[in-house]
Design a protein around this ligand. Structure first.
Ligand code: SF4
Ligand code: SF4
Length: 318
């Protein structure tokens, strides 16, 4: 699968607003791929991601990295003593004291100075290089489906290591490259103050080698679960009996099945976690019948899954 095909799968399954961004940290001796543009003015690393998500392919040598923290963390330059010591965090009032600043810096993932010579940043579909990571700008719901895609492929839950400090450099690149696992960040002071990332957006970074694995899972989730969740199929349609605390109401519901509509597919019986339904023959056809209404927790799964829209829930009158 090439990069354009991979990007299309993610775009279609998740309805991404922005292109996923491919990032490579170049080592000494690597050739600059064709078609890369060196920006005229220096940009912060976080700004280069924002430029790339809009479609541009950037070659960023150290002289074009505007953020000394970011370029130090990525191993492009020696970090300035003021940043290394933690003093600047106190001046910005981002941390309470020097011990706290030193602790944060010591636990931050970084590359040694001189490890890398430049960054390559491009929209995945146009990246003619092998990225180290691919960064997605997402809403929380899209981040959730990326996590689901990973779990779908592996059965594993995700463990994220993140911080509101040094987000796009330390958390999206160094952490992911060193651990080999996807990671999340909500942005940081610098990344939010100097880019147009929306307040509702966050980033997920995926190691390049895991990209095809997640791309296999996503279309399967997009065949059923993603559109169902987006249609809010379990949302009760009406708040028809707004109750007061202490009201004489045991929370029980009545289940109504429209016998005419029911085609006997038995999906309600299969999906109901409380085994409320049973299929029974009625006038020569199989129909769903409520046999244990008292077990119903009003999860609305049967309502959402019934292809005939044959099931309704209503508050039981007591
Ligand atoms: S899911 Fe709907 S159509 Fe299928 S058996 Fe149940 S009530 Fe009938
Ligand atoms: S609402 Fe949930 S618990 Fe109740 S019958 Fe439907 S699927 Fe079963």
């Amino acid at each position: 699968m090439n990069h354009a095909q991979l990007a299309e799968i993610y775009q279609e399954a998740l309805s991404l607003r922005w292109s996923p961004v491919a990032v490579r940290l170049m080592k000494a001796g690597e050739e600059i791929p064709e078609g890369m543009v060196e920006p005229t003015l220096p940009l912060r690393h976080c700004q280069s991601i924002i430029v790339a998500r809009r479609g541009y392919c950037l070659y960023m040598p150290p002289r074009k990295h505007a953020c000394p923290d970011g370029s130090g963390i990525l191993g492009l330059t020696e970090m300035s003593p003021k940043l290394r010591s933690g003093d600047l965090y106190l001046l910005f009032k981002k941390l309470p004291d020097i011990e706290c600043a030193r602790k944060m810096i010591a636990s931050r993932p970084e590359f040694e100075p001189g490890t890398h010579q430049a960054t390559l940043v491009a929209p995945l579909e146009r990246a003619n290089f092998e990225p180290d990571v691919v960064i997605f700008t997402v809403w929380p719901e899209q981040a959730m489906w990326l996590c689901c895609a990973k779990t779908y492929a592996s059965g594993e839950r995700q463990v994220f290591r993140t911080s509101g400090y040094n987000s796009t450099c330390a958390d999206l690149l160094v952490q992911v490259m060193k651990s080999g696992e996807m990671n999340i960040t909500f942005g940081c002071y610098g990344a939010r103050a100097s880019t147009e990332i929306d307040d509702s957006e966050l980033y997920v970074s995926v190691p390049y080698e895991q990209l095809p694995v997640l791309a296999e899972s996503l279309p399967k989730l997009a065949a059923k679960s993603i559109p169902e969740e987006r249609r809010k199929i379990y949302l009760p349609p009406i708040m028809d009996n707004i109750s007061r605390p202490g009201q004489d109401d045991d929370g029980k519901v009545e289940l109504l099945i429209d016998e005419e509509r029911c085609n006997g597919c038995s999906l309600c019986e299969a999906f109901c976690p409380a085994s409320v339904f049973e299929m029974m023959e009625h006038n020569g056809a199989m129909k769903a019948v409520v046999i244990k209404a008292e077990n119903c927790s009003a999860c609305y799964t049967c309502v959402g899954q019934c292809p005939q829209r044959a099931i309704q829930l209503r508050h039981a009158k007591i």
